[in-house]
Design a protein around this ligand. Structure first.
Ligand SMILES: Nc1ncnc2c1ncn2[C@@H]1O[C@H](COP(=O)(O)OS(=O)(=O)O)[C@@H](OP(=O)(O)O)[C@H]1O
Ligand SMILES: Nc1ncnc2c1ncn2[C@@H]1O[C@H](COP(=O)(O)OP(=O)(O)O)[C@@H](O)[C@H]1O
Length: 290
């Protein structure tokens, strides 16, 4: 990391346990407050104490190509060398990097951000597992958030139908949102049918190796149909819902899921027991500590 500009480097690791409010002038107390609030022990901070009445955190940033971006998040005027790019249909855009990084947030939360992607037929127990898992993580002091396909279709994805390209867009959007949650340090639980392998794998590719954890609810269609808590299979069989997954629309089972939860008639583990399997995986992979 290259530091730029006129500033003094402060290393929080030296300050985090000390109370400077009595010995430092007011300007530096502002810095201390910003540092402590960030909770990031290795965060290097700098401020132009001599001229500014409010010290702002500044950190040098690098573009993906390695160029140093001198634009700071505190709005300092001065020369800026920025990387202007085009992504999809968005042209002339610039990636703004924050001085508080994923690792800083993870340290604050004492966990690692990741995505638990639960896939399976309607009625296979995705939402039930997502709730049990979120509850169990909460009980351990771990922050999680559920992105449920059904729920997202009430807002973010209410413009999408169940035809293949709309399902793909549904999955893409949830994947992108889940990626943001993971970057925030949260354990993001995405629970949606996501019937196509290609779409799930595209979401996996958005994250660094290991951070996308696919959980396959391996439950036979017949059992899902017997459960039918919303009566949707009955409507689909009666021809009143067209293109229902498993009935007249495809479901492509994952080939290499990190976790497969196999449920058969009269051989179903409780939702809490299934959640424990996922938690054990997270523990072993180090996701439940920073
Ligand atoms: N045609 C069709 N096929 C499958 N499911 C249907 C359909 N129409 C409505 N529903 C209801 O929508 C829920 C699935 O939404 P998802 O966003 O998870 O689906 S997908 O990932 O885009 O395939 C699904 O919820 P779950 O039962 O929780 O899976 C259904 O309640
Ligand atoms: N582990 C389980 N054992 C037995 N029944 C379950 C289990 N998980 C879920 N169920 C039941 O199956 C039905 C479908 O569960 P749900 O979580 O809504 O599935 P999905 O979100 O995949 O559609 C519900 O009636 C739920 O109570």
């Amino acid at each position: 990391m290259t530091a730029v500009g006129d500033f003094r480097m402060l290393n929080l690791s030296k300050f985090s346990d000390l109370d400077f409010s009595e010995v430092l002038p007011a300007k530096l107390t502002v810095v201390k407050a910003a540092l402590l609030y960030s909770g990031c022990k290795k965060l290097s901070m700098c401020g132009s104490g001599a001229r500014s009445s409010v010290l702002r955190p500044v950190k040098a940033m690098e573009s993906s190509t390695g160029d140093v971006l001198t634009k700071d998040c505190g709005g300092f005027p001065g020369k800026s060398k920025v990387q202007i790019t085009t992504v999809g249909d968005s042209s002339n855009i610039v990636w703004h990097k924050s001085s508080v990084e994923k690792s800083d947030r993870e340290e604050l939360l004492n966990q690692k951000g990741c995505i638990i992607w639960i896939t399976g037929l309607s009625g296979s127990g995705k939402s039930t597992l997502a709730c049990a898992l979120s509850h169990a993580l909460h009980a351990r002091g771990k922050l999680s958030y559920i992105l449920d396909g059904d729920n997202c279709r009430h807002g973010l994805n209410s413009d999408l139908s169940f035809k293949a390209e709309d399902r793909a867009e549904n999955i893409r959007r949830i994947g992108e949102v889940a990626k943001l949650f993971a970057d925030s340090g949260v354990i993001c639980i995405a629970s949606l049918i996501s019937p196509y392998r290609k779409d799930r794998d595209a979401c996996r590719a958005l994250l660094p190796e290991g951070e996308f954890i696919e959980v396959y609810m391996d439950v036979p269609l017949q059992l899902c149909e017997t459960r039918d808590p919303k009566g949707l299979y009955k409507l689909a069989r009666a021809g009143k819902i067209k293109g229902f997954t498993g009935v007249d629309d495809p479901y492509e089972p994952p080939l290499n899921s990190e976790i497969v939860l196999c449920q058969r008639e009269k051989m179903c583990d409780s939702p809490n027991a299934l959640a424990e399997i996922v938690i054990l995986y997270l523990e072993r992979k180090g996701y439940l500590e920073a």
